[in-house]
Design a protein around this ligand. Structure first.
Ligand SMILES: Cc1ncc(COP(=O)(O)O)c(C=O)c1O
Length: 526
């Protein structure tokens, strides 16, 4: 299916190349930190792009530029081939980057004090370009429904008034990775049209789409009041060449934008960026393989984080090489700083996107580097788990009782009196804390021939995340190092499998205790 394979596994040293992603982080935080933040990739651009740049450099003259028919045709062809959209040459406008173009569009198409809508959590410059240009920022936050990020159309309609002039969308959406469907875009377009809003659709991530998802450019929905922004910067890792383009079919908007650009005297571009775009937009095969590689990184990172950092919540990105990780259940003030300090991995801080409890991971790097990043994140996550043991009196005992109350009295309707144990002072108590939350407890007592494990309780919202296993392992370790002998416990029937997996065997018939079926189990390791 593909031509020559490309080597995305190659590790390319980026330190000391004036890389924002690498050198800024190293400068500020040290050489041991791995950056996984700003959206550029740790892969080389396609060789065809590099060769074209070399040829142009060899020419030796780098005077003012003129964008040729070849340049415009490259863009027209790309939209045709990759997004099945027909654009006319005269619709294309230029700029020195998608973000600067956003700022120019705001200035040329709206007035100071006008309202502009964005959809957080979203790419931080969307906030800045609105606020720094003296416009009012209006947040139409995305909502997570049925585990999928969605636009909130009802909220959107409510937010619009006669000062609202523009909405800026990200498609695919950075950071949540949604590839907006035709139907979703049409709904948005209809609302915008009804209220006379200009839609700016930032499509810079449009080439990084994972099947079966399909990218729909806003141009295919409608052309009235629509502005598309794009650049080969993300796809071909040439963002540092600072070039971008827009597609504005609507003449009134296009003329206003072009006049504004003229007023800034920003009419010529960077000569190398023009060569790069022309060569890049011939490298379809490279993009197809890049997306395959990124898809496998995406699946790997998603599987790893889901399994090893189960308190975090994430959705599988449909597009982009960015993963949005909700850390709210860790209940820590600043997850980005936590992972910087404890994992030595630099992620994007969700605060800048409008959600301080999230971080954004960039997985566009060789697999070995991604593995190291994830291994470090796992280490930092596990480091926050402690299991302490103590005897009475100890103030931690009240916390153990509270957990048992939630699990047994509230959760299983067991009589509260049964929860009171006059002999708790003869037991050793275990308390498991992860980040700032107490999540599980258990107690053990020496009954002569055996140790008896009792009242293993994991709070409901923390079940299925390995805490039960961790607490049992800690108990066994304690027994092994203090007074090794077999362990017995009365397991509720529904957790029999769990204990069997840990090496316990049933040694009794089923019996009823506190109205619940139990079975006595034993482990004779010691
Ligand atoms: C949604 C979005 N728009 C724009 C950009 C940057 O565009 P440019 O470098 O052309 O200003 C990024 C980079 O991360 C992005 O994610």
């Amino acid at each position: 299916m593909f031509g020559d394979p490309y080597n995305f596994d190659e590790y390319v040293e980026r330190r000391n190349t004036d890389s924002f992603k690498w050198d800024m982080v190293i400068y500020n935080y040290g050489d041991d930190v791995i950056p996984a933040w700003v959206a550029d990739m740790d892969f080389k651009s396609p060789q065809t792009v590099v060769d074209q740049l070399k040829r142009r450099i060899e020419h030796g003259i780098f005077g003012y530029t003129f964008r040729s028919t070849d340049y415009y045709n490259a863009i027209i062809q790309w939209y045709k081939k990759r997004y099945d959209a027909k654009i006319n040459k005269e619709w294309i406008v230029n700029g020195p980057g998608v973000v600067p173009m956003l700022s120019f569009l705001i200035n040329s198409l709206t007035q100071p004090g006008d309202k502009i809508i964005i959809q957080p959590p979203v790419y931080p410059p969307f906030f800045r370009v609105v606020l720094n240009n003296g416009r009012q920022l209006v947040e139409n936050r995305l909502v997570k429904r049925d585990g999928r990020w969605q636009m909130d159309y009802d909220d959107l309609e409510k937010l619009i008034d006669n000062r609202t002039k523009m909405i800026i969308i990200s498609n695919p959406h950075n950071p949540v990775g949604r590839v907006w469907s035709e139907e979703e875009l049409r709904k948005l377009y209809d609302i915008a049209l009804k209220h006379g809003l200009i839609i700016i659709s930032d499509e810079i991530h449009a080439d990084i789409i994972y099947k079966p998802n399909q990218f729909t450019t806003m141009l295919k929905i409608g052309t009235e009041n629509v502005v598309i922004l794009n650049s080969p910067g993300k796809t071909f890792n040439i963002a540092g060449l600072t070039n971008s383009y827009g597609v504005i079919p609507d003449k009134r908007l296009r003329v206003a934008y072009k006049n504004y650009l003229e007023s800034l005297e920003l009419l010529t571009g960077n000569v190398l960026s023009l060569e790069a775009l022309k060569a890049a937009y011939k490298s379809e095969d490279w993009v197809d393989q890049l997306v395959e590689y990124l898809k496998s990184n995406r699946d790997f990172a998603y599987g790893f984080i889901t399994k090893n950092l189960p308190l975090t919540k994430l959705t599988l990105p449909e597009g982009t090489y960015l993963m949005w990780i909700d850390c709210s259940k860790l209940k820590i003030e600043n997850p980005q700083r936590y992972f910087l300090e404890h994992a030595r991995v630099y992620l994007n801080d969700g605060q800048e996107f409008g959600d301080p409890q999230a971080v954004r991971l960039n997985f566009a790097c060789p697999r070995t580097l991604l593995e190291e990043i994830l291994r470090r994140l796992k280490g930092a996550y596990e480091k926050a788990l402690t299991i302490e043991h103590f005897n009475l009196p100890d103030e931690r005992y009240e916390i153990c009782r509270k957990i048992r109350y939630y699990v047994f009295v509230k959760g299983q309707s067991i009589d509260e009196k049964l929860e009171q144990d006059g002999k708790d002072n003869e037991a050793v108590h275990f308390l498991c804390k992860h980040f700032s939350e107490y999540v599980a407890t258990a107690r053990i007592r020496d009954i002569g021939t055996h140790w008896k494990v009792e009242r293993v309780a994991v709070l409901e919202e923390y079940r299925g995340m390995g805490y039960g296993k961790k607490i049992m392992e800690t108990i066994e370790e304690y027994i092994k190092t203090t007074n090794p002998k077999p362990i017995v416990l009365n397991a509720q029937l529904e957790v029999r499998d769990f204990y069997e997996k840990l090496g316990y065997e049933a040694i009794s018939d089923i019996f009823i205790e506190a109205g619940i079926q139990h079975v006595k189990m034993e482990k004779r390791t010691f």
